[in-house]
Design a protein around this ligand. Structure first.
Ligand code: FMN
Length: 356
């Protein structure tokens, strides 16, 4: 049904317009008292066999919404009600910024993919902190932070630390995003000599501001060379980080079927074409770090089989974004119900038992 609606209506409207309309609807749901909890009761699967415990938190299921959808933390309770086990808000930057000029979001339906060069459009970490302050809903909220474009690379740590200080008190977990292709120079921060001081400073600021240990993860790009993936894993273990999120979007364009002018749009590619590399990076991280890190796998997840593959390859949590663009509002619910069925047909009693 959503496929038909997508072909007839959604695909004819610019992608960013659809996004804004969706956000408006979700925001409206969230502002009506009692509506999000009601929807949650109706829509969010509650199968105890899917429950996952990670960095001290109890997730109702492994599948969450990846960063970039709810950039300003305006609709996470509504999104949780639609079946996501957690919602990662952001990327939030130290200062508000408009992002890149439009158009900056392109659908590649032939490839079940998207190219975006949004450029961290967001209202800044002060505004996000104001929204998250005193939140009391049921959704687990991760907070993803990145660098303000106007801040020079040499001052990146100060910018991240300012956001960490403001947001850590309201975050269930915090993510340092050093992997978006749409902020010039950002991905250079993945080099261990930059990453070590950055993560150290963010962790200190976050824990101090929150008065507790705030789980800290780093999100990496699929375009890192294998040796650099290993180096990040080693660093994360060495620093006692809680986990790694792999992966962000790719600057690669291999194997696309879409029209060359679409495929050539500058930005990060997400969706089905990212699947293989995302799984490869996950396997590499698992081989390197064993169970010393919580691994969150993201990139090209479309079905319960994809989630299952990631869990069997060692992921504790799995995230999706582009899958929902093509799958529609009930995508997360459907995937989780299929996943529960898949689990029941397996040799494992719970999804945690199935983790490879
Ligand atoms: N990742 C971030 O860490 N921060 C962002 O702000 C962010 N914005 C995104 C905006 C769009 C439109 C899309 C499609 C992705 C964005 N991402 C961002 C990347 C996703 O979180 C995810 O890592 C990537 O899309 C791969 O997952 P997918 O194939 O399920 O979409």
């Amino acid at each position: 049904m959503y496929r038909l609606l997508f072909a007839l209506v959604v695909a004819r409207v610019p992608a960013e317009t659809v996004h804004h309309l969706t956000m408006r609807a979700l925001r409206a749901i969230q502002t009506v008292p009692g509506l999000a909890p009601l929807l949650r009761r109706l829509l969010a699967p509650r199968d105890p066999a899917l429950a996952v415990r990670a960095f001290g938190l109890d997730f109702p299921s492994p599948l969450g919404l990846a960063a970039g959808f709810d950039k300003d933390a305006v609709a996470y309770e509504a999104l949780g009600a639609f079946g996501f086990g957690h919602v990662e808000i952001g990327t939030v930057t130290g200062r508000p910024q408009p992002g890149n000029p439009r158009p900056r979001l392109f659908r590649l339906p032939l490839d079940r993919a998207v190219v975006n060069r949004m450029g961290f459009n967001n209202a800044g970490s002060e505004a996000a902190a104001e929204r998250l302050r005193g939140r009391g809903g049921a959704t687990i909220v991760g907070v993803n932070i990145g660098k303000t474009k106007a801040v020079p690379e040499a001052e990146a740590v100060t910018d991240y630390v300012a956001s960490a200080r403001r947001l850590a008190p309201f975050a269930d977990y915090l993510v340092v995003n050093v992997s978006s292709p749409n902020t010039p120079g950002l991905r250079n921060l993945q080099a261990v000599e930059h990453l070590r001081p950055l993560l150290g400073a963010v962790r200190e600021a976050a824990d101090h501001a929150a008065g507790r240990h705030v789980p800290l993860l780093v999100k990496i790009a699929p375009d890192l060379a294998d040796a650099d993936v290993d180096a990040v894993a080693d660093l994360a273990v060495d620093l006692g980080l809680d986990g790694v999120i792999a992966t962000n979007t790719t600057i690669g364009r291999d194997g696309l079927r879409s029209a060359p002018e679409l495929a050539a749009e500058t930005g990060g590619l997400s969706g089905a074409p990212l699947k293989d590399r995302s799984v490869e990076v996950l396997r590499r991280l698992r081989a390197r770090a064993g169970d010393r890190l919580v691994l969150v796998s993201v990139g090209g997840v479309e079905t319960a089989d994809d989630v299952w593959e990631r869990v069997r390859a060692g992921a504790t949590l799995v995230q999706g974004y582009t899958g929902m663009i093509y799958g529609g509002p009930l995508w997360a619910r459907r995937v989780q119900l299929d996943l529960a069925r898949r689990l029941r047909g397996s040799a494992f009693a719970t999804i945690e038992d199935a983790r490879g």
